[in-house]
Design a protein around this ligand. Structure first.
Ligand code: BG6
Length: 497
């Protein structure tokens, strides 16, 4: 890309110079998401400051392999082909350091490098398994590398239970305080997710009808056509509930359900989200059986290609891990009394899409002579693959013949309305870390409240002896035929939305 071909950011900001130190620096997430995110902010002209990127690896990789991989991922992150100059400039800022062990000795080279930039803020990005977080934090502290201006970014999974999440936090807080900790949930960095705040709190129209008096149910769906890819070991320890619901779907639910915060200040927003999480109805041995479903994919056809079963994918034939989960959840507070929130996510589904559907109640009384069914209004917030908002409303069919009507959607397509490239979630989040804004990051108490609710499911799945229902890859998941009357809501509403 030539220097001028991409529209420069209207929002260039002068940040303090920084060192971004990425642990797990040659890993998939770093190469696929973290470096390209910074690179795009750079070429958009938003990063008007000095900075270095330090990739820390435990291995002893060849520099040539690392840099050629990095170039490949940077190239893949853009459709622009004339981008070599920008890539060369960016690569000059990236340094690879091998630190096989987390200790003062192991971090000797890192210390020497960081100390040669005494006026830079140090941002440590832990993109490693969470078991390594404590030792890395301790080694950084012992090496004198944690200063008041330092920050730490933590990638999920932040534990596998309430207890393990607390223990990770204890380890981290021995070196960093809460104001320095950025727990990433990349869903909060998505444009359409942030737009939820604007939609709700900058439009009087919706807020007036945003409660149990007007809303019948809310559905939050994240459907993926991919399987577990190369993450078998991680995924088999998590499953759909921990991998997706504990973080992404619950965060979406919080943004839909929370009260208007006083301001956008980080703790104001996080306090409101926390109240929602603490109001969520805990499951019992009885309610997990009627209000949750878990499934695992078997062989099938996805986008015309035959794919293996989950068990074949992970090469472990006794795994009980769920790759699909559907939950009917309730937020027990004044606003949401008895409004079901349907949360659903699965791997190897028919197609990839994420959306939030707000289903309003039907009108109280039908005045029209035909008495044809009046469909309820729906507000559909499509997060991906397209980003759009639809408001489905009943409309008169033009012409004679009395009042005939049908549901028509008013559509706002983001791409059509804002003809700009949307930054990736990680771009927004990394910039927020640099600028020191914690609004889009989770606080420990939020995490603990989420874990308490999640554990009411996992412990009762165990107590009730609940098994996975097998579903064919490339379908919508467990079907009505294997569900009892009470549970048909799960597939019925899934297919309709
Ligand atoms: C990650 C999960 O957090 O989110 C993955 O670990 C999942 O399993 C991914 O595929 C989905 O993210 P996105 O942005 O593609 O919807």
């Amino acid at each position: 890309m030539s220097n001028n071909s991409r529209k420069k950011s209207k929002h260039s900001e002068v940040f303090e110079p920084f060192n971004l130190v990425v642990f797990g620096g040659d890993g998939d997430l770093a190469l696929r998401k973290i470096y390209p995110a910074l690179f795009h902010r750079q070429i958009d002209g938003q990063l008007l400051c000095d900075y270095n990127v330090i990739a820390i690896t435990r291995k002893n990789p060849s520099e040539t392999t690392f840099y050629s991989e990095l170039v490949r991922f940077l190239k893949e992150s853009t459709e622009d082909s004339e981008i070599d100059f920008e890539i060369d400039e960016f690569i000059k800022k990236v340094k690879l350091i091998s630190a096989p062990e987390a200790s003062v000795e192991g971090y000797f080279e890192l210390s020497a490098f960081l100390n040669s930039f005494p006026n830079f803020q140090n941002i440590y990005y832990f993109s490693t398994p969470s078991s390594a977080f404590g030792p890395i934090a301790q080694a950084l502290k012992s090496s004198g590398l944690v200063k008041k201006s330092s920050k730490v970014v933590l990638e999920k999974p932040l534990g596998y239970s309430l207890e393990s999440s607390k223990s990770i936090n204890e380890d981290i807080t021995k070196a960093f305080n809460e104001k320095q900790i950025y727990r990433i949930d990349h869903y909060l960095g998505k444009e359409t997710v942030q737009n939820l705040m604007v939609l709700r709190f900058a439009n009087n129209l919706f807020e007036r009808a945003w409660d149990s008096e007007h809303i019948d149910n809310i559905q939050i769906t994240v459907s993926e056509s991919l399987g577990v890819e190369k993450r078998a070991a991680y995924y088999d320890n998590s499953g759909a509930l921990l991998d997706m619901v504990q973080n992404h779907l619950l965060q979406l639910l919080c943004l839909v359900a929370m009260e208007p915060p006083h301001t956008l200040e980080a703790d104001e927003v996080r306090n409101e989200k926390l109240k929602v999480l603490r109001s969520m109805r805990l499951f019992t041995k009885k309610s997990v059986l009627t209000d949750t479903v878990k499934g695992q994919y078997s062989r099938g056809i996805v986008k015309g290609v035959e794919v293996q079963s989950y068990l074949e994918d992970i090469k472990k034939f006794n795994s009980k891990t769920e790759t699909f989960v559907a939950i009917k959840a309730y937020v027990d507070n004044w606003r949401w009394k008895e409004v079901p929130f349907y949360l659903r996510t699965g791997k190897r589904m028919l197609k990839r899409y994420s959306e939030i559907v707000i289903n309003f109640k039907e009108v109280r009384h039908n005045i029209f002579p035909s008495k044809e069914k009046l469909n309820n209004n729906k507000l559909i917030i499509r997060l991906q693959p397209e980003e759009r908002i639809e408001l489905v409303q009943m409309t008169k069919i033009p012409g004679p013949g009395g009042y005939r009507y049908k549901p028509i959607a008013l559509k706002l397509d983001f791409l059509d309305s804002f003809k700009e490239r949307f930054p990736e979630a990680y771009e927004r989040l990394i910039i927020d870390v640099i600028r020191g804004n914690q609004t889009l990051f989770m606080r420990q108490d939020e995490l603990e409240a989420a874990w308490t609710w999640i554990e009411s499911i996992t412990s009762n799945w165990k107590a009730a002896g609940m098994n996975n229902i097998l579903y064919e890859a490339g379908t919508w998941g467990p079907g009505d035929d294997i569900m009892d009357e009470e549970s048909t809501w799960i597939t019925k509403t899934w297919k309709e939305s």
